[in-house]
Write a new protein. Sequence first.
Length: 249
Amino acid sequence: MDKKKKKKVEKTEEVQVMGPEELAHLSVKDVLGIFSSKKEEKPVPEEKVEKFEHYYTAEPTSELHTKIIQIELKNGHVYNFTAPSGVYGKKRVDKATDLLVNTAEISGKKLLDIGCGYGVIGITLKKENPFMQVYMSDINKRAVEFSKINAKDNNAQVTIKWGNIFDPWEDEKFDVIISNPPIVAGKNIWMNIIKGSFIHLNPEGSLQLVAFHNKGGERISQFMKDTFGNMTELIKSGGIRVYKSVKEE
C-alpha cells in the first residue's frame, strides 16, 4: 500500500505591523524590504552647544554680559561693581566673599588679593583701609579688565596684574595675602596659594582664606596649619569659615 505523501506545511506567525497607514497592510517581509532598500539618510547635525567655561579660564570666549551689583558692609558702606559674565560672582557677591571682606584683619602696608575676580575684595578693602597698598591679580583676563574698570569707578588706587597665582609677584613681599580660593579648580591651586603665600609674606604677615568648611575648607585649614605651623578661625557663619595663618619669625 502506497504511503501517502504528507504535504509540508510551513508554520507562519501573524504579526501586526504598527506604523503609518501605508505600511499597515504590508507583511513583515515587505516592510523590512522597504527599509533595507532605502538609502542611508545623512545625519542631522547636532545643535551647537555652548562650551562650558570655568571662571578660572584664562581667556573666556563666552558672550559678554554685565550686571551692576553691590556689596553692603556691616558699617553701612556700600560699593558698586560691574560684574561680567565668565567671571565668578557674576550674579551677586557670594556669601563667602561678603564674610571675608567684613571679617579680614588688616595690618601692615601691603595687601595682595589673589584670584581677585572683578575686584570686590581688593577694591573694598582699599576703600576701607586707604593707607594700604593693595595689589590684585587673576588668571582670567576678563576679570583683570573689569577689576581695572571697577577700581576706576570706585576711585581706588590699586595695582592690578594678569597672571597665575604668584607669577606676577615674583619679587614682591606682602603683609597680608587674602583670597576666596577657587576650590573647584583643584587642590593644586589652593595648595600653591598657601605654599606661595608663606614665601611672599613678610615676617608676621598673614594669609587669610575663606571657604565652606565641609566643601574643602577643612582640608585647606589643615594645610595652612601644616605649612605655617598655626591656623586660627576668625569666624564661622552658615558653614563658611575664615582661616588665618601667620608667618612667625
